[in-house]
Write a protein that binds this ligand. Structure first.
Ligand SMILES: Cc1ncc(COP(=O)(O)O)c(C=O)c1O
Length: 397
C-alpha cells in the first residue's frame, strides 16, 4: 500500500465541475484583477473568522509582509516571534530590515511560550526598546496561547500579528469576565495572516493569502499597500507592493470554504483514530513515540463536537531516532515530512546577526525529533493502520 502525505485528488474530484464552471465564468468575464468575486470571498472569510475585515493577498508570506508594513515595522525595529515555524514567519521581518527576537516554544504545543516571551520583552524594555510587534504562529492548526500573549501585548503596548497560515478556523478559549469565548484564529490580534497554499486546510489551485483585522483604518492601509501604496491610483503616499490575490483563486476557494467544517472534522476524526491505533502498540508507554496534544480539547468538548479546538493541518509526532523512522517510512512508501528541520535562529541567512550564542533548546529539540504523518481528510482507516504498522515495524526490528 502507498500512503501519500497529502493527496488532493480526493478533495478535488467531487468539486471539479463546480470549480471549472466558476473558473470559466471568471475567464469569460475578463475581470482578472480584484473585483466583486474577490470582495465576496474576502467578506465570507472575514465572517467565518469572526473578523471585521478581510483583504485578499497573493500568499501567506505577502499577508505577513503587508501587515507588518501597515503597522509601520521598518529598519532598526525588532519583532518578537517563535524560532519554530515556516521561514516566512521571519522572512517578512527580515525583508523590512527589522530583526527577529526569538522566544522559545512550549514543548507540548510547539507554539511560542508566553513565559519566554515575558522574559524577552522585559529584557528589551530594559535596553533599546526595539520590539515593535509580536508574531505568534498557530502551528500545525492549534492556536498559540493568545490570552497570555494578548496580556503581554497590552502590557507593552505592542500590536499582535497572528500567523494563522496553518490554522484557519481553529478556535482559542479566550477568558472574558469569567466566561469562555471561543475566538477563531486571526480574530484576536491586530491582524491575522492566512495562507491558501494547496496543502493548507483551505487550499487554492496555486498561491493565495488573506489578512483579517478589526480596525477599519488598518484595513484601509493594508488595501492601499496591496496596490503599491497607490491611493488614489498613481498617487503613492506610501510604498506598497503588488500583493493582490487573483479572482481565479478566490472563486475556487469560495467553493471550498463551504466544505471546510467537514474537512476539519475529518482531520480530527483521523487524529482520534491515530490515538486509538497508537494506544494499542506500546510505543507511547515506551516513549518511542509521543502524539500531538490538543490542549484545548477538554474545553472544546463542552463547546460541542464540532468545536475546532485543533484543525490538524499537520499531525506531528515526536519520535525516537526520527531520521531512521523517516527513512523506514519512505522505504515503505508512507509519506512523512519534517516540519521543520532547522530552527529559524539557525538558518544560514541569519548567520552573523548575533544568534550564534542564542540557545532555544525546545525549538532545537523539536527540529530533531518531530515528524508529520498523513492526516488529510480523505485518508482511510486502512491507510492509517498501515502507517502505524510500519512505525511499529521500525521500533520492533
Ligand atoms: C506558519 C506559516 N507562515 C507563513 C506561511 C507562508 O504562506 P505562503 O506559502 O502562502 O506564502 C506558511 C505557509 O507555508 C506557514 O506555514
Amino acid at each position: 500500500m502507498r500512503v501519500p502525505l497529502l493527496d488532493l485528488h480526493g478533495q478535488m474530484a467531487p468539486l471539479r465541475e463546480e470549480i471549472l464552471a466558476a473558473v470559466t465564468e471568471v475567464i469569460d468575464s475578463t475581470q482578472y484583477i480584484l473585483g466583486p468575486k474577490v470582495e465576496q470571498f474576502e467578506k465570507k472569510v472575514a465572517a467565518y473568522c469572526g473578523s471585521g475585515y478581510g483583504i485578499g493577498v497573493a500568499s501567506g508570506s505577502d499577508a505577513l509582509l503587508a501587515a507588518l508594513m501597515a503597522l509601520g515595522v521598518g529598519p532598526g525595529d525588532a519583532v518578537l516571534t517563535t524560532p519554530y515555524s515556516f521561514f516566512a514567519t521571519i522572512g517578512c521581518i527580515l525583508r523590512l530590515g527589522a530583526k527577529p527576537v526569538f522566544a522559545d516554544i512550549d514543548p507540548v504545543t510547539y507554539n511560542i511560550d508566553p513565559e519566554q516571551m515575558a522574559e524577552a520583552l522585559a529584557q528589551d524594555a530594559k535596553g533599546e526598546k526595539r520590539i515593535k510587534a509580536i508574531i505568534p504562529v498557530h502551528l500545525y492548526g492549534q492556536c498559540a496561547d493568545m490570552g497570555a500573549i494578548l496580556a503581554l501585548a497590552k502590557q507593552y503596548n505592542l500590536p499582535v500579528v497572528e500567523d494563522a497560515a496553518q490554522a484557519i478556523g481553529a478556535v482559542y478559549p479566550m477568558k472574558q469576565n469569567g466566561k469562555t469565548v471561543w475566538c477563531r484564529a486571526g480574530s484576536m490580534g491586530e491582524a491575522g495572516c492566512f495562507s491558501f497554499f494547496p496543502s493548507k486546510n483551505l487550499g487554492g489551485v496555486g498561491d493565495g493569502g488573506l489578512i483579517t483585522c478589526n480596525d477599519p483604518e488598518l484595513a484601509e492601509r493594508i488595501r492601499i499597500i496591496r496596490v503599491h501604496g497607490g491611493a488614489p491610483k498613481y498617487h503613492h503616499g506610501v510604498v506598497g507592493g503588488n500583493f493582490r490575490i487573483d479572482p481565479i483563486q478566490t472563486v475556487v476557494l469560495d467553493i471550498k470554504l463551504a466544505h471546510l467544517p467537514d474537512w476539519h472534522r475529518a482531520r480530527r476524526r483521523n487524529a482520534a483514530n491515530y490515538r486509538h491505533l497508537f494506544a494499542q502498540t506500546g510505543l507511547l508507554e515506551s516513549g518511542a513515540v509521543s502524539l500531538p496534544e490538543a490542549v484545548y480539547q477538554a474545553e472544546g468538548l463542552t463547546a460541542g463536537e464540532d468545536c475546532d479546538y485543533h484543525i490538524y493541518n499537520q499531525f506531528v509526532i515526536r519520535a525516537r531516532d526520527r531520521d531512521g523512522l523517516l527513512r523506514h517510512l519512505q522505504a515503505s512508501e508512507v509519506g512523512a515530512e519534517i516540519y521543520y528541520p532547522i530552527p529559524l535562529h539557525r538558518q544560514g541567512c541569519v548567520a552573523g546577526m548575533g544568534y550564534e550564542n542564542v540557545s532555544l533548546p525546545e525549538a532545537e529539540r523539536a527540529a530533531l525529533e518531530t515528524l508529520a504523518l498523513p492526516i488529510f481528510p480523505e485518508l482511510t482507516g486502512e491507510m492509517q493502520s498501515f502507517v502505524v504498522e510500519k512505525i511499529v515495524e521500525f521500533y520492533t526490528r
